[in-house]
Design a protein around this ligand. Structure first.
Ligand SMILES: Cc1cc2nc3c(=O)[nH]c(=O)nc-3n(C[C@H](O)[C@H](O)[C@H](O)COP(=O)(O)OP(=O)(O)OC[C@H]3O[C@@H](n4cnc5c(N)ncnc54)[C@H](O)[C@@H]3O)c2cc1C
Length: 243
């Protein structure tokens, strides 16, 4: 991964698309010369209209290895400029311009040995899946936990993979904000002080915490974590935008 590669637009070819949720899909791309990325990094996608108008948006990378093969996952915003195209129109064989990998702060490296708490809201799971995949692939014994907040059970990205990754060293807590499964023991609701206190790795264990999702979700969770005693410097955040 050279610094040069960050600023250069590359043309990738879509190799697969897969529906993940009613509004979201994952997209696999081959990008010659990509050369890999760290777990947690993102890239820029550039779309160009026939009249030359261009739109650029950032997307986290769900894959984390040293190949030219990438995986993204995108949630469609109904009034969005770029995400409806990526979710509804892009097909295998189509080309996509990308630039990256980008970001060196919201990353996890296999040599890190401290406990890790991942907290994702909606499509904010994408870079956390990359981190969970890197953790599993490295054989790291660092304790990991994930808290994943979704509106309903249908809105879970990477459902099967998360079920496979779950283990005594990778505990997953689910939070449903609008509708929970029929047999769920608690009512739907937002991530609260009490939920975090009960389910995240305690501040006393000095975890690194990665929080990702819509801006309002990230800011609320980060504030609650600090109130629970997590030093602000140990809470890494990635904001996807919106309220
Ligand atoms: C570092 C980074 C990584 C990201 N990774 C992902 C990812 O992995 N998957 C993914 O689906 N998105 C991701 N995003 C969000 C993505 O970049 C776009 O903002 C999103 O797809 C909307 O783009 P759009 O052109 O469709 O909507 P726009 O035309 O940009 O916006 C349409 C409307 O939606 C609002 N809006 C913009 N973003 C959001 C949001 N996230 N939530 C709610 N409302 C919003 C805008 O204010 C506007 O009113 C990431 C953002 C950042 C900064």
């Amino acid at each position: 991964m050279s610094v040069d590669s960050v600023g250069t637009w590359k043309v990738g070819t879509v190799t697969a698309v897969r529906s993940e949720t009613p509004t979201g899909r994952s997209i696999e791309i081959d990008v010659p010369g990509w050369g890999g990325n760290l777990a947690g990094q993102h890239l820029d996608v550039r779309l160009t209209a026939p009249d030359g108008y261009q739109a650029v948006r950032s997307y986290s990378i769900a894959s984390a290895d040293a190949t030219d093969h990438l995986e993204l996952a995108v949630d469609r915003l109904p009034d969005g400029e770029v995400s409806p195209y990526l979710v509804d129109d892009l097909l295998p064989g189509d080309q996509l311009e990308v630039r990256g990998p980008l970001g060196g702060w919201f990353v996890w490296r296999p040599e890190q040995t401290e406990p890790v708490q991942l907290i994702g809201g909606g499509s904010g799971i994408v870079p956390l899946v990359a981190i969970a995949r890197a953790h599993a692939a490295s054989g790291s014994t660092a304790p990991f936990r994930l808290l994943y907040s979704v509106r309903t059970p249908e809105d879970v990205f990477f459902k099967d993979e998360l079920a496979r990754l779950a283990s005594p060293t990778f505990e997953i807590t689910w939070v449903y904000t609008r509708a929970a499964p029929a047999d769920w023991p608690t009512k739907p609701g937002r991530v609260s002080h009490d939920i975090l206190a009960a389910s995240v790795i305690p501040a006393g264990d000095n975890p690194s915490v990665f929080v990702c999702g819509p801006t309002g979700f990230v800011e609320s969770v980060a504030d609650l974590l600090v109130a629970l005693g997590h030093p602000a410097a140990s809470v890494k955040t990635e904001r996807f935008g919106g309220a």
